[in-house]
Design a protein around this ligand. Structure first.
Ligand code: PHE
Length: 470
């Protein structure tokens, strides 16, 4: 049993009497925890900016297709492996593989996921640091009465200052390390259960504000009216990668959470709910941001700073903006922390399992190394902003170390992990096992699901990969 997930379940977990592996008290507890991992910077920071960079509607459509045809089936497969194995991702894979006399190499899915967690958290924490620093900016009234140029300059100054970035990256990382080292307390879990819905409501308020501008129609159209001439093959890969990133898939996170899911809960219904919540948050963020982009004559493809350069304009103008703005960035930090916890867990767990290191020490060594790696991302934003280590390849031209970390994890490692998970469940794991676990109640529904997992999902991932290589 993994201490990590056990800790993460906190009060929601209870012993099931069989070997003491604790289970989620309810389907809702699982949904909240899995949504806590899924909903984060990916939805509010990354989704709007990559949508802006990739021309809007057509990209959003491909992203939604990837969620439905690839994301949801893989989430089901991951949760199912976790529940069947009832252990940490590596051990669940080991158990299931040996039960069906398969190669031990399947445990590499868990291994690759751990490396991906390590790399992702190194830059995730830097962006979490941006959000932290914006809590102070908002509370200090810095947005009030500021023009979009002044707000742009505020963000520019943050990026150009490695020491400030390092400070906030460190604060974010210490926060995450402390929580993971102690295990998530039930008090904190309860707090999250309240804060997440508040974030949702606040996004609705922001969408309401966007509706009051005369550019809501333009923003809406940008998001939902597809113009395929703006879509590149690279954009399709980005959409695919983002479907994995935003749902925390392809690296064992959902496997770890699934190992605590009670037998009588429907995995399919649960996976669909988590995906719908996650997608709704992303689309709301887009609806809040793009009208502001157009209302203020800004560039939709402004890049990673998009939300930090648009939302503060709204907070600076609306009544109660200081309160709303501060609350918004606090909640963004909370959402980022709950995702970051699920990224540090596998690393700490590995230290415990492989090296026999205590949870506390593991959290500090793992978190400390991730913190150090984060310095590369910080420098990519200023001192090394012109340094493209793989610039000799056309595809990676102009990509900084930060860009490469993001590219390699989201566009390569996660889809690859997901591909193998789909292949494992679709082709290798015994069919009765899967049938028993999913309990569709209808042979037809089960066969449809298996068809998607066997053919559609792997083919889609492969086609996008191959297209991009050519
Ligand atoms: N899904 C998280 C987000 O969208 C990021 C994440 C990726 C978390 C992978 C865990 C694992 O912000």
């Amino acid at each position: 049993m993994t201490e990590l997930t056990q800790a993460a379940t906190g009060s929601a977990a209870q012993a099931d009497g069989k070997g003491g592996h604790p289970l989620w008290s309810s389907r809702l507890a699982f949904i909240l925890a899995a949504s806590g991992s899924a909903v984060g910077l990916g939805n509010i920071w990354k989704f709007p900016y990559i949508t802006g960079e990739n021309g809007g509607g057509a990209f959003v459509l491909v992203y939604l297709l990837c969620i439905a045809l690839i994301g949801i089936p893989i989430m089901v497969a991951e949760v199912m492996i976790g529940r069947r194995g009832g252990a940490s991702p590596i051990n669940s894979m080991r158990k299931l593989a040996s039960r069906d006399n398969l190669s031990r190499r399947w445990i590499w899915i868990g291994g690759m996921g751990m490396v991906a967690s390590f790399l992702i958290l190194s830059f995730y924490s830097v962006i979490g640091g941006w959000a932290l620093s914006y809590v102070g900016n908002s509370a200090g009234g810095l947005f009030v009465g500021s023009s979009s140029d002044e707000i742009g300059a505020l963000f520019g100054n943050l990026l150009s200052d490695p020491y400030t970035l390092l400070l906030w990256h460190s604060v974010f990382m210490v926060l995450v390390i402390m929580i993971v080292a102690r295990g998530v307390s039930s008090g904190m879990e309860k707090a999250i259960n309240i804060l997440m819905p508040v974030l949702f409501v606040l996004l609705l308020v922001m969408v309401g504000y966007a509706m009051s501008t005369d550019s809501f129609g333009a923003g809406f159209e940008f998001l939902f009216s597809p113009d395929f001439s703006k879509l590149t093959t690279e954009g399709v890969l980005t959409a695919l990668g983002h479907a994995f990133f935003t749902l925390s898939l392809g690296m064992g996170v959902m496997m770890a959470y699934g190992s605590y899911l009670p037998k009588n809960v429907s995995i399919v219904k649960t996976a669909v709910t988590v995906s719908v919540v996650d997608t709704a948050v992303a689309l709301l963020a887009g609806l809040a941001i793009f009208p502001l982009v157009f209302a203020n004559g800004m560039e939709a493809g402004a890049g990673p700073g998009l939300i930090f350069q648009t939302l503060p304009i709204a907070f600076g103008q609306m009544s109660g903006g200081v309160v709303f703005g501060t609350l918004f960035f606090v909640l963004l930090v909370v959402a980022a922390v709950t995702s970051a916890i699920s990224l540090l867990e596998p690393v700490v767990e590995w230290f415990e399992e492989q090296k026999g290191i205590s949870r506390l020490t593991g959290a500090f060594i793992g978190g400390g190394s991730i913190w150090a790696l984060g310095i590369l991302t910080i420098l990519s934003l200023n001192v090394w902003s012109d340094f493209a280590p793989l610039g000799m390849f056309e595809r990676f031209e102009g990509k900084t170390i930060f860009d490469l970390l993001d590219y390699v994890t989201a566009n390569l490692m996660m889809p690859l992990g997901g591909l193998f998970i789909a292949l494992f469940v679709g082709w290798f794991m015994s069919k009765p096992s899967a049938e028993n676990e999913l309990s569709f109640g209808s042979v037809f529904a089960f066969n449809c699901f298996m068809f998607i997992l066997r053919y559609i999902t792997p083919a889609a991932v492969l086609v996008v990969f191959v297209y991009n290589l050519l």
